[in-house]
Ligand binder design. Structure first.
Ligand SMILES: C[S@@+](CC[C@H](N)C(=O)[O-])C[C@H]1O[C@@H](n2cnc3c(N)ncnc32)[C@H](O)[C@@H]1O
Length: 303
């Protein structure tokens, strides 16, 4: 495990600029991760301003606490180990009647990805990891519970629905065949079963730009962490916490998440997009940070 891993934020300058931060106002960073966004927000606040930081991963909260305390006055921020879907309870619990802006930088951080927690399937990192994939390792089912316990059809549906994987049925069938002999215990074992199923599905002439196991791993991660539910709940709560004119910036990394934000804006006319089209990374950022390739930033305000 690489202890020195740093998370390189994507579209951070764009998101912070468009939030239009005012020195004395109150903001929420719902996805603290490595603390990069939180730091940029705090830099722009004066003594009267306040940042609420949230992450469902306790280790992210602890690391961000240590890093931010070194640079900023503790009076200006408070961090919470929670799901950002609880934004209303946290904001009200701190005695604020409303906030002036919020940011979500969705998905997982490089620190989680390389932390031997089952999110990735590279030989070096996850050879000894379990099939966990929980952002909050203290709650909920693991990917292993699903892969080794759920019926074939449910596994196929999860991989299809959250991964857009067209060989979901073949993958699920091969998972069931494998687990009749022994449980799937590591990401590497799962990745191998998935790869073989996808290779078989395509035949031998297909060239792959990404690892054929990528979509299945993404699907399991989204399902394990109920990522769509959290985002939907967060959006529905916004009306109860955002001050009029307050902005929200959301960076998503795949089409399913972006669709949730897009549809929310279509169906809730008291929120107005700041830009007609989502902001996407430029060529330079994509070259320097491959993870940014699929990123989209949507910003909107409460009318
Ligand atoms: C891409 S990282 C954020 C990186 C961060 N912006 C930075 O500058 O380092 C996403 C983080 O959001 C957290 N996260 C994802 N979904 C969450 C949720 N529903 N509630 C709270 N935290 C969540 C993850 O645990 C992870 O630490």
């Amino acid at each position: 495990m690489a202890m020195s891993t740093r998370h390189i934020p994507v579209l951070m300058k764009e998101a912070i600029d468009v939030l239009n931060i005012k020195q004395g106002n109150v903001y929420v960073d719902g996805t603290l991760g490595g603390g990069g966004f939180a730091e940029e927000i705090l830099k722009r606040l004066s003594r009267g301003g306040f940042l609420i930081g949230i992450d469902r991963d306790l280790s992210a909260v602890k690391n961000a606490q240590a890093a931010l305390e070194e640079k900023f006055d503790k009076k200006n921020f408070k961090l919470f180990h929670a799901n950002f879907a609880k934004i209303d309870e946290i904001v009200k619990g701190e005695g604020f009647s409303g906030i002036d802006g919020a940011v979500l930088d969705l998905g997982i951080s490089s620190i989680q990805l390389e932390g031997g927690r089952g999110f990735s399937f590279g030989e070096d990192v996850d050879a000894v990891a379990g099939l966990d994939m929980r952002m909050d390792p203290e709650s909920g089912l693991t990917a292993g519970d699903i892969i080794n316990g759920y019926p074939e059809k449910t596994i196929a549906d999860i991989i299809w629905k959250y991964g857009d994987e067209k060989f979901s049925r073949g993958i699920a069938k091969n998972i069931i065949a494998y687990r009749k002999k022994k449980p799937l215990e590591t990401p590497l074992e799962l990745a191998e079963v998935v790869r073989k199923s996808v290779y078989k599905g395509y035949g031998k002439f297909k060239r792959f730009r990404t690892d054929p196991a990528t979509k299945t791993f993404m699907a399991l991660r989204i399902f394990v962490n109920k990522e769509y539910d959290s985002l939907t709940e967060f959006l529905e709560k916004l009306r109860t916490v955002l001050n009029k004119g307050g902005r929200t910036a959301i960076i998503s990394f795949h089409s399913g998440e972006d669709r949730i934000v897009k549809n929310f804006l279509k169906n809730n006319l008291d929120f107005k997009p700041v830009n007609k089209k989502p902001i996407v990374p430029g060529e330079e950022e994509i070259k320097n940070n491959g993870r940014s390739r699929s990123a989209k930033l949507r910003v909107f305000y409460y009318v």
